[in-house]
Design a protein around this ligand. Structure first.
Ligand SMILES: Nc1nc2c(ncn2[C@@H]2O[C@H](COP(=O)(O)OP(=O)(O)OP(=O)(O)O)[C@@H](O)[C@H]2O)c(=O)[nH]1
Ligand SMILES: [Mg+2]
Length: 328
């Protein structure tokens, strides 16, 4: 799922101005086409109704398109839902999306009301007045949803930068303290080129890359931002890492750094906490063994780790009850 195609949301004034501009353009065409045989009153009615209808259609279509192009919150998977919750007040967003529909119905009601008034009147001056009243009321309905448009635009900006995480592919999260070598491991396993640097919190969002077999992506790896051992006081970046471990990954690779980057005790404690909080199976990978001795059990190089991950994936496919029986 990619969220970067949701169209940008402008403010209410922008759409109102555009609606009236379109209305004027259509009215100009109608003026040229309307039969000279018609009375002045009839002509005026036709033109003012064209204006109202054009503005109404434009606003309703715009609001409908916004609703349709925005991902349905109820259909977001748990991972994206939790991630969105980190940045956006979900109840407020739901209310704002609902407000689009409200405004659309209002514009439609005002149109019907004022079109009827225009049709019924025999007073030439009133024709223009009713059209102007419609414009005023439609603008006012749009103005009332201005704050909601801002909420939706804010959510769109957040969603646009969400990682592309595919569903239905065996997914592994790489976790550990900052600066321990998580991104370096991702690069070794997949050939990807994430940002790697000798300071903490280099990775600020989730990086994904894939292990391939015969050209097919078979394992999705998520390189997470480094997390400190403070589950109660996680910042947004750490929370992203944790959400990926808990809701997107089926397996976690925990990177231990045997150099003095962070005390071993703290790294062990974080591992225990991740185990407890996610309930996921965890494989240990010890980084930097070329420059430091390590007494940690389970030293494997990245090639051995890759083999193990592929084996896990096969095991998972064999035992996954949701998969259909292979055809004989
Ligand atoms: N010698 C050696 N250096 C390594 C190894 N793995 C990582 N490094 C170095 O450790 C530093 C941190 O590596 P990263 O891969 O950016 O670490 P990270 O865990 O992704 O860091 P954050 O994104 O900040 O959490 C870089 O300078 C790497 O070159 C390794 O196996 N051996
Ligand atoms: Mg990193």
């Amino acid at each position: 799922m990619g969220f970067n195609e949701i169209p940008k949301i402008e403010n209410a004034k922008f759409y109102v101005n555009l609606a009236f501009k379109r209305a004027n353009e259509e009215a100009k065409k109608a003026r040229e086409e309307v039969s000279k045989k018609r009375s002045v009153l009839e002509k005026s009615k036709i033109i003012e109704i064209v204006k109202m209808r054009t503005a109404k259609d434009f606003l309703m279509e715009t609001l409908e398109k916004m609703t349709k192009k925005f991902p349905s919150i109820n259909q977001l998977n748990k991972f994206f839902f939790e991630l969105l919750k980190c940045y956006v007040d979900i109840d407020e967003l739901r209310k704002s999306l609902g407000a689009l529909n409200w405004a659309s119905e209002k514009v439609s009601d005002f149109y019907i009301m004022h079109k009827t008034k225009v049709k019924m009147t025999s007073d030439f001056k009133k024709v223009n007045q009713y059209r102007s009243m419609f414009y005023g009321r439609a603008s006012s309905a749009m103005k009332q949803i201005d704050k909601h448009l801002r909420v939706i635009e804010e959510a769109r900006r957040v969603l646009k930068d969400f990682p592309v995480i595919k569903e239905g592919i065996f997914t592994v999260a790489i976790a550990g303290f900052p600066n321990v070598g998580k991104s370096t491991l991702l690069a070794k396993l997949t050939g990807a080129t994430p940002e790697i640097a000798n300071y903490a919190f280099t990775t600020k969002s989730l990086n994904t890359a894939y292990i391939k077999e015969n050209g097919d992506r078979v394992i999705q790896l998520i390189d997470t931002p480094g997390t400190l051992n403070r589950f109660e006081k996680m910042n947004d970046i750490e929370r992203q890492a944790f959400i990926a471990m808990k809701y997107a990954a089926e397996l976690i690779v925990y990177v231990f750094d045997p150099t003095d980057t962070y005390p071993m005790e703290d790294q062990r404690e974080l591992l225990e906490n991740i185990k407890k909080e996610t309930g996921k199976k965890i494989i240990i990978y010890v980084s930097k063994t070329d420059i430091a001795e390590s007494k940690i059990k389970g030293i494997r190089d990245s090639e051995e780790l890759k083999e193990e991950l592929l084996k896990f994936k096969i095991e998972k496919v064999k035992t996954d009850p949701d998969l259909p029986e292979p055809a004989s």
